[in-house]
Design a protein around this ligand. Structure first.
Ligand code: HAM
Length: 465
């Protein structure tokens, strides 16, 4: 399975030059390249990332989920056993390799398996149930990079372990839908039930025989799926298959009585809290550990396209903890791709202020002044007033230009003379008026000035409705 990945790929040999065996890198000519599917998240994007992270944390706390941080590297077989050996994620997309001590490890492609492992490792079945955990962090899949799909991406996720009731599923779906409502992103919840492994077995036999007469219309990939993991054929993106699927047997008709009742209850709870959903008989999800409820969060408008880029997904996984050696523990959860949420926010021009805007600029003239400046910065930091500077520039004119660009309210000017006198000059950037004050009182003077100006000069914060 992952043997393929154990040996590092041979690096393509570059032409050797003058027998030395190394290609000389011309300075400044060949900047190092990012790996495909990996990206830097630069400062101009950070405000949206912070917004998402802050909202997720607040919601998790409101619903009493505890944070868990999980390692990025795990034993590779954790994922093979839980996500399924025949799944795309394990078969084609795992960053799996042998580490220097000879262990076969993988960079986590998702976090639910790790949550289940941690649940077992730390004896969490002894805690009051359900154990409600949330996490956030990078995941790795060697997927084909395209819009909205990366090889390193970030997820946040909510998992609730220990309680089998349908209300848990409904509450998780409610949390997901509240979050997107807060973000101002219209979504639909796509929902289905895939029953228990036992009830599914009979359905899979039926589905395979339904497809037998259509075999010649299937792509090689779909033929393979039908043989190894027939359920996956249901979310084939091939339009010809989608046409055939219209007449295919639906898993919902093959559910065992308990699964049917469970699903009905989930839907009733959702109706109760007025969370709209769409029943989607083709939704099966790409990981093997799911039982009963499965759902995805699609951006509204994507429904017709069988969203390749779901914002999030999840479901119940009642067999997972037991599968990795724990006590039987029903569980349910979901995860959301942060890149996709950030993109949806950008599409809606949501641009929160990157960080508190500096209200004061410190202009220094000479070394003694810089030293006083360092101390002053600390004093302003302690009272929560951000101060900007341009230590790279020495001329006053150049520094004032920066202050103007930053749109600060005041500039503090400190030259040789002021340092000797123990004073400091305050320049009002709107009027250009200047006053000389006692340097020891500067912080309290500025606090007063800024609170008077509060609401007059403050830049407006962008608000997400
Ligand atoms: P998943 O559907 O594989 O589920 O991933 C969840 C979300 O992660 C996707 O809906 C998508 O937003 C994001 N995502 C996945 N792959 C990529 C990628 N290559 N680039 C960008 N974003 C991506 C899981 O991972 C399950 N662990 C969810 C879960 C939690 N089920 C139960 N609990």
């Amino acid at each position: 399975m992952f043997k393929r990945n154990i040996q590092p790929k041979k690096i393509e040999e570059k032409p050797k030059v003058d027998g030395a065996g190394e290609v000389p890198v011309k300075k400044g000519k060949a900047p190092p390249e990012l790996l495909r599917g990996f990206r830097d998240i630069l400062s101009d994007e950070q405000a949206r990332w912070t917004l998402v992270r802050d909202r997720v944390r607040a919601l998790a706390e409101a619903y009493s989920f505890d944070r868990i941080e999980l390692p990025i590297l795990e034993r590779a077989d954790l994922f093979a056993r839980t996500l399924g050996k025949q799944t795309d994620v394990v078969e084609k997309e795992m960053y799996a390799f042998e580490d220097p001590s000879g262990d076969l490890v993988a960079m986590r492609p998702e976090a639910t398996a790790s949550v289940a492992r941690a649940f077992v490792n730390h004896g969490m079945f002894n805690l009051p149930q359900p154990v409600k955990l949330w996490y956030e962090g990078p995941m790795f899949r060697h997927d084909r990079p395209q819009a909205g799909r990366y090889r390193q991406f970030h997820q946040f996720g909510f998992e609730s372990l220990g309680v089998p009731d349908a209300i848990v599923d409904a509450q998780l779906i409610l949390i997901a839908s509240r979050l997107f409502r807060d973000f101002g992103i219209d979504i639909t919840i796509q929902i289905n039930s895939i029953g228990t492994p036992e009830s599914r077995a009979a359905y899979l036999t039926e589905l395979t025989s339904f497809f037998r007469p259509h075999r010649n219309k299937l792509s090689e990939d779909d033929k393979r799926r039908l043989q190894k993991n027939p359920l996956r054929i249901l979310d084939s993106k091939d339009p010809a298959i989608q046409e055939i699927l219209k007449d295919a047997p639906q898993i919902i008709d093959w559910l065992d009585e308990d699964s049917k009742q469970h699903f009905t209850k989930v839907l009733e709870y959702l109706d109760e809290v007025e969370v709209p959903y769409q029943l989607n008989p083709h939704l099966v999800r790409g990981l093997d550990y799911y039982t009963r409820t499965v759902f995805e969060i699609w951006e509204a408008g994507d429904e017709g396209e069988r969203a390749q880029n779901a914002l999030g997904g999840g479901g119940r996984y009642d067999g997972l903890v037991e599968l990795i050696g724990g006590r039987p523990t029903p569980a349910c959860g979901f995860a959301v791709g942060i890149e996709r949420v950030v993109k949806a926010l950008a599409d809606r021009n949501v641009s929160p202020e990157p960080r508190p805007h500096a209200r004061i600029f410190f202009a220094q003239l000479g070394d003694a002044s810089r030293r006083v400046g360092l101390r002053l910065f600390e004093e302003f930091r302690m009272v929560g007033i951000p101060v900007a500077e341009a230590f790279g520039k020495n001329a006053l004119k150049a520094q004032l230009e920066v202050a103007n660009k930053l749109g600060v309210d005041y500039t503090l000017l400190l030259g040789q003379k002021e340092v000797l006198d123990g004073t400091i000059i305050i320049r009002d950037m709107d009027s250009g008026a200047q006053e000389i004050v006692d340097a020891t009182k500067i912080v309290s003077i500025m606090q007063r000035k800024l609170s008077v100006a509060e609401g007059v000069n403050r830049p407006k914060q962008d608000v997400v409705q």
